[in-house]
Design a binder for this molecule. Structure first.
Ligand SMILES: Cc1ncc(COP(=O)(O)O)c(C=O)c1O
Length: 478
């Protein structure tokens, strides 16, 4: 790093704090055997400390600082009014073990959020408990398993998952004890109906489907798919990670889905990243309501009460889930209203199609049709013509000041580059990003080594990402 870190700023005798005068009896010093001389703490001023941490924070990419088109993650702006709501004393200083009559406001908020998500999804039986999309998937699939068991249909051991699905879908099905069978896509990127038909049978418990798909495409055959799945006695699970594209336009329940999860940290813009808590509520049809996690919030005689679904699959999370996220998501829904939510999807789709139309002359577009809220390109042209990989393009974008899009997902697209601009970005921001992508395409032809060396503006270049995640080296050494 070019800038000195906090230890290198140390100067003997420099102080950043002034301790108040001692107002308790002085204690004897720590015994010598507990003292360490090999612990050279930095001696720095308050300003040194402030600059050190502010600079570190600026090395990070965040939605509050840069355009963050990470496909499938829906990195939209988190309005700050949500934080005000979450910090209200009445929400912040309560405990989940308090009697229901002392936390009526919190229960009312959960009840209203359940109602709103039920309305938006068209699936009225809602649990807010799951802590993330992936956990919502597991919850929904366990509910489906429980329903089949109750019906005596224990031979249903297979879950169908399209090839383009997010990895959590097959992982969920496998964790719930099912055998996963992939469903092919047709040439347009939709579910291959003939292949689906050939797979459906008395051994299939469910199909998991993302709509719009992870290719950013709305499958127009959804009702036909649902009809086929149901005719075989299976249920249709919806991965609602891409709900941002269809708010107020399509209700998954009306398309034939039996249960979906919603990622509050995507569509309903609760913060994600930094390991913070997420939320993956599950919305189900009345037939699945008895199996919801325990408890849900209900209303009885003007009081908000805990209800215990009679055949519940049990708890999937301590207490009610991540309550602070419910406050933020509810604030979002109420501040936009039904019309505002519909506009969210309209603008998200418009922005993605703007990016698509302005880059498709330079980057390969494997599915050349109107996309939804995200567009999936392929870096295959740059690979064939100049030996440049999608990874190089993504790394070069960092030099231009952008967080890279998702790459190498979905797996069915060679050299995939998945861009999700979201509705909160202005045309000027999108134009800046498009210019950067166009400049990189030109560099791939004229100066490919530049791309292979990227990023050049960061303290460290390319990391061994597996090692960095599994064995992070967080200790500064002189
Ligand atoms: C399509 C899709 N499904 C499921 C998930 C899993 O959601 P979560 O990260 O909230 O567990 C994601 C996450 O990116 C996703 O994009």
């Amino acid at each position: 790093m070019s800038e000195p870190v906090i230890f290198e700023r140390s100067q003997p005798g420099r102080r950043g704090v002034a301790l108040p005068p001692l107002d308790v009896p002085e204690a004897p010093p720590l015994p010598a055997e507990f003292r360490r001389d090999d612990l050279p703490l930095p001696e720095v001023s308050e300003l040194d400390v402030v600059r050190h941490y502010v600079r570190l924070s600026q090395l990070n990419f965040a939605i509050d600082s840069v355009f963050y088109p990470l496909g499938s993650c829906t990195m939209k702006y988190n309005p700050k009014v949500h934080e005000d709501a979450a910090r209200l004393r009445g929400f912040q200083q309560i405990h989940p073990l308090q009697p229901a009559e002392t936390v009526q406001g919190a229960l009312e908020l959960m009840f209203r959020l359940q109602e709103a998500l039920g309305e938006i999804s068209g699936l009225p039986a809602v649990s807010l408990q799951p802590a993330a999309g992936a956990q919502g998937e597991l919850t929904g699939i366990l509910m489906i398993r429980a329903l089949h068991r109750d019906r005596g249909e224990t031979g249903r051991r297979v879950v169908l998952v399209p090839e383009s699905a997010h990895g959590t879908n097959p992982a969920t099905a496998a964790m719930a004890g099912f055998t996963v069978k992939p469903v092919r896509a047709d040439r347009a990127g939709n579910v291959d109906l003939d292949h689906l038909r050939s797979l459906l049978g008395p051994d299939v418990a469910a199909m998991m489907l993302t709509q719009p798909s992870t290719l950013g495409l709305f499958d127009p055959n959804i009702e036909e798919i649902a009809a086929q799945v149901h005719a075989s006695g299976a249920l249709l699970y919806g991965d609602g990670a891409n709900l941002n594209a269809i708010l107020g336009k399509v209700k998954p329940g009306e398309s034939g889905f039996d249960v979906i999860h919603i990622n509050l940290h995507k569509t309903f813009t609760t913060p994600h990243g930094g390991g913070g808590p997420g939320a993956g509520p599950v919305c189900a049809s009345p037939a699945l309501a008895p199996y919801l996690p325990d408890p849900v919030v209900g209303e009885r005689d003007g009081q908000y009460v805990y209800l215990h679904p009679p055949k519940s699959i049990g708890k999937v999370r301590a207490f009610h889930g991540h309550f602070g996220m419910f406050v933020r998501a509810y604030t979002y829904i109420r501040s936009l209203g039904a019309d505002g939510l519909r506009e969210v999807s309209e603008h998200a789709v418009l922005n993605a199609n703007y990016v698509r139309s302005r880059l498709q002359d330079l980057y390969e577009l494997p599915y050349d049709r109107i996309c939804m809220h995200e567009v999936v390109f392929s870096g295959s042209r740059q690979k064939q013509q100049h030996g440049i990989r999608t990874l190089d393009i993504a790394k070069r974008l960092i030099d231009y000041g952008y967080h890279p899009p998702t790459i190498y997902f979905p797996l069915v697209v060679d050299e995939a580059l998945m861009i999700e601009p979201t509705e909160t970005e202005s045309k000027e921001t999108l134009d800046g990003f498009i210019e950067a992508m166009r400049a990189i395409a030109a560099e791939a032809a004229t100066d490919p080594e530049l791309l292979k060396a990227a990023p050049t503006t960061t303290p460290v270049g390319r990391l061994d990402e597996a090692q960095a995640a599994r064995r992070p080296d967080l200790r500064w050494q002189p």
